[in-house]
Write a protein that binds this ligand. Sequence first.
Ligand SMILES: NC(=O)c1ccc[n+]([C@@H]2O[C@H](COP(=O)([O-])OP(=O)(O)OC[C@H]3O[C@@H](n4cnc5c(N)ncnc54)[C@H](O)[C@@H]3O)[C@@H](O)[C@H]2O)c1
Length: 481
Amino acid sequence: MSANRREFIKQGTIAGAGLAGMTMVSNDLFAQKKEKGKKAAPRDESIVRVGFIGVGGRGQGHVHDSITVGGIEIVAVCDISQDSLDKAKQIIAKNGMKEPKFYTGHDHAYEEMLKSEELDAVIIATPWEWHVPMAIASMKAGVPYTGVEVSAANSLEECWDLVNVHEETGKQLMIMENVCYRRDVMAILNMVRTNMFGELVHCRCGYEHDLRSVKFDLLKNDLKIGKEAHSEAQWRGLHSVRRNGDLYPTHGLGPIGTYLDINRGNRFLTLSAMATKSRGLHDYVEDHAAKESIYRNIQFNLGDIVTSMIKCANGETILVTHDTNLPRPYSLGFRVQGTNGLWRGEGGGDWKDPAQEIYMEGQSKPHVWDPSEPWLKKHDHKLWREKGTLAEGAGHGGMDFIMLNDFFDAVRGKKEVPLDAYDAAAWSAVSALSEMSVARGGASVDFPDFTRGQWIKRRPHFAMDNQFPISQERALINNLF
Ligand SMILES: NC(=O)c1ccc[n+]([C@@H]2O[C@H](COP(=O)([O-])OP(=O)(O)OC[C@H]3O[C@@H](n4cnc5c(N)ncnc54)[C@H](O)[C@@H]3O)[C@@H](O)[C@H]2O)c1
């Protein structure tokens, strides 16, 4: 390991040190790797050495978009599916990148990858059950930066594991919540931070996405789920059989979390959830499965609509909807409402969508919505103004590029990640807490404080480098302490 590189890892550890600040684990592991291994050839320290775990639909997108962002070397890729590996290999070759080392063959091949390779960053895009074991292994192996897909964790124990291991190892963990980087969502963040909506009072969000053809592989006269199926139908549907709660809360709650400064001056306090009856998936099976299919016997636990109400320490409420089993167009159902006006952000983020509207007291015609486009254009975030053209063609309207660019920027600059382990834990905890509350007839359940009291003095951090100054009211409070 070159002196520079050792310094890089050391600094990454210090920059990322959590509350406990124990840094020995990871550095020791790197030392072991060095002893066992080959002498590292001198290299360009500004190039980020990346490993990917899970290169199915989402992971392939990350491989492609990471190459587009640039400044990286793909050192290793791990997946248990040869088909996924072949597709990732093609993307890498097509883009003229050096072939990485591939790890496969069994469920724990990623551990071999983490043990053998010196990586600056790992990106995990595997089924939900694997996120936490893999993220923990990555941090414990000494990887300075780990990015994990959404939702980050399935249970409260898993949420704590992410936080505890981040603090013990001092390694950075980022929840790869791409919707925080959606162009309209970031423009609204600017409007929130300049206090245009006044003091925020109530927010809404959700995941309203007809996933029936994702949870099942639809064939000509039949359908498949589980081991016999492909991609997400292999694993995602099982969660709808066994669980009843908001299974996918972070696309909505991530943005709202950044608006409300969750974990940074505010926090989620309590949650109360209710689920409707479960009809959508059963009807889908009835309509599409072969006559004698055993799928007809599956009982789905997941209510078609799960509604959670969250109360925050600073007095706001958030209504979160999970709606994935019924026919409907896509929407994340945003609403951001303050003492001076509100944004209604239905749909998928298109600025021209008539379902995107803004009302601003004193500026809008009384009681009449404005189309949101002129407002959003005016408040476009610096990241988009500077990189929007480069992002064209990248995943999800370019927001995946903007997110990966921000992630690699943190890695290269040895900075704190924009969306951290505490965000991963608090946002993902909504799944487990909503399951608990639904099971108890909507009873209120308490959020753990994953920051252990630090939320009181932590300051807003996400996307702060911007052309719009934070409002005086917000800045005053932040600077008081
Ligand atoms: N942020 C977004 O917009 C977005 C979009 C799609 C999916 N996702 C998330 O990305 C993740 C992956 O979703 P996907 O659509 O790519 O699913 P997928 O099923 O297409 O891909 C998952 C991949 O993980 C591999 N895998 C499974 N177990 C493994 C193991 N033990 N070791 C190594 N590889 C393993 C599978 O072989 C597969 O190639 C999920 O968490 C999902 O929620 C996020």
